[in-house]
Design a protein around this ligand. Structure first.
Ligand SMILES: C[S@@+](CC[C@H](N)C(=O)[O-])C[C@H]1O[C@@H](n2cnc3c(N)ncnc32)[C@H](O)[C@@H]1O
Length: 345
């Protein structure tokens, strides 16, 4: 999965080809329009207010693709909270030079207004002693997974090998490392049960926690709590291959030309976060989280433009992103006065 997605120049994401949006291979909440960025800007304003508008506020995004979400957030802040702009620093964590260039192009209107830093990986992000708001959309589902399968009374790991001119699965007994995870998430030992385990999440969150002294980490992605993700009814796992807005039948075909993705185990983020000192809000589905965040706009006496409403519907309607996508906010060392309205009842 790592090679197919990230191999330099030829990986699905490193080739520089357009992957998201109608011209690409799949839609993401970001590609539906600027409303998601507008809603996140409201959350950033709430964070800044709880910190009494600090002199320096760092925003950081990983997996920003063409930089549209960052642009939408900054454009919205420029309108609704212009006093914050002078305190902002934006960090984009982007390993692909082609995408970093596209982000620079998208963010052109802000290059002279705020400081924007690019980092090739999370390790290169400096430790941030100022309050930080780290956000990502559909980043973690593209972190590589390991596949497991239970048959003949034991757990196996699924590997890939080449026979004649075809890539095929080959199963070997699961390693102790994977057995520990299988036990941790009580994955049911049912004949034929297949699932994914994403090991890189824990080191990623640990590193992030080392970088952020005070602030919030917002994760937007599709996924489920462990009890649902590994429910006996979900026996075929969640790995899918996507190409040109269609799911492909074989994840092993056309390496580098189709996206490979699997659902996020949100319990893993919450549990690991608690151990690292984060407080969790959610995860809640977009239909509740984003509707709560949008409440001041929805209750405004001015009618909202039709384009805005259509964009919002895409985000919260259960047939689009409303039910599949969840929002999780993990905060660290924030004042008790911070009450994110995205998660308030
Ligand atoms: C599904 S796309 C989502 C793009 C965008 N955030 C959106 O929501 O439209 C996943 C993105 O995550 C990026 N990505 C995956 N692993 C990454 C990593 N370790 N560091 C930075 N970006 C990464 C990919 O290159 C790709 O641009």
């Amino acid at each position: 999965m790592e090679i197919c997605l990230y191999q330099q120049d030829i990986g699905f994401y490193s080739s520089g080809k357009t992957r998201t949006g109608t011209q690409g291979d799949f839609l993401t909440p970001v590609s539906t329009g600027p409303v998601l960025g507008q809603l996140l800007s409201l959350q950033i304003t709430e964070l800044a207010q709880s910190l009494r508008n600090p002199t320096s506020l760092h925003l950081a995004e990983q997996g920003a693709d063409q930089g549209h979400l960052a642009l939408d957030i900054l454009s919205s802040l420029a309108q609704s909270a212009p006093h914050l702009l002078s305190s902002l620093h934006l960090h984009l964590i982007e390993p692909s030079p082609v995408l970093a260039q596209q982000q620079k192009h998208s963010l052109q209107p802000f290059l002279s207004k705020i400081t924007i830093h690019w980092h090739p990986d999370l390790a290169s992000l400096p430790s941030l002693s100022h309050p930080t708001y780290f956000y990502s959309c559909e980043l973690l589902d593209s972190f590589p997974v390991r596949m497991i399968r239970f048959f003949t009374g034991q757990w196996h790991e699924r590997f890939v090998t080449r026979i004649s001119d075809r890539w095929v699965w080959i199963d070997q007994p699961a390693s102790p490392e994977l057995l520990t995870e299988i036990h941790r998430w009580s994955i049911p030992p049912i004949e034929g049960f297949t699932a994914e385990i994403r090991l890189p999440i824990s080191p990623w969150l640990t590193l992030l926690s080392e970088k952020i002294e005070q602030g919030a980490v917002l994760t937007l992605d599709y996924g489920l709590p462990a009890a649902d993700l590994y429910h006996p009814s979900r026996s075929a796992g969640t790995l899918v291959a996507l190409r040109k807005h269609t799911s492909a039948s074989d994840p092993l075909s056309c390496p580098g030309e189709q996206d490979l993705t699997a659902h996020l185990n949100f319990s893993q983020l919450v549990e690991d976060g608690l151990k690292l000192g984060f407080q969790s809000y959610g995860p809640h589905p977009f239909m509740t989280a984003l509707t709560r965040q949008a409440a001041p706009l929805l209750h405004d006496s001015q009618p909202l433009p039709e384009k805005w409403t259509r964009n919002f519907q895409h985000l919260v309607h259960p047939n689009f992103f409303g039910q599949t996508h969840l929002a999780l906010l993990q905060t660290k060392n924030l004042p008790a006065s911070f009450r994110p309205s995205m998660f308030s009842t």
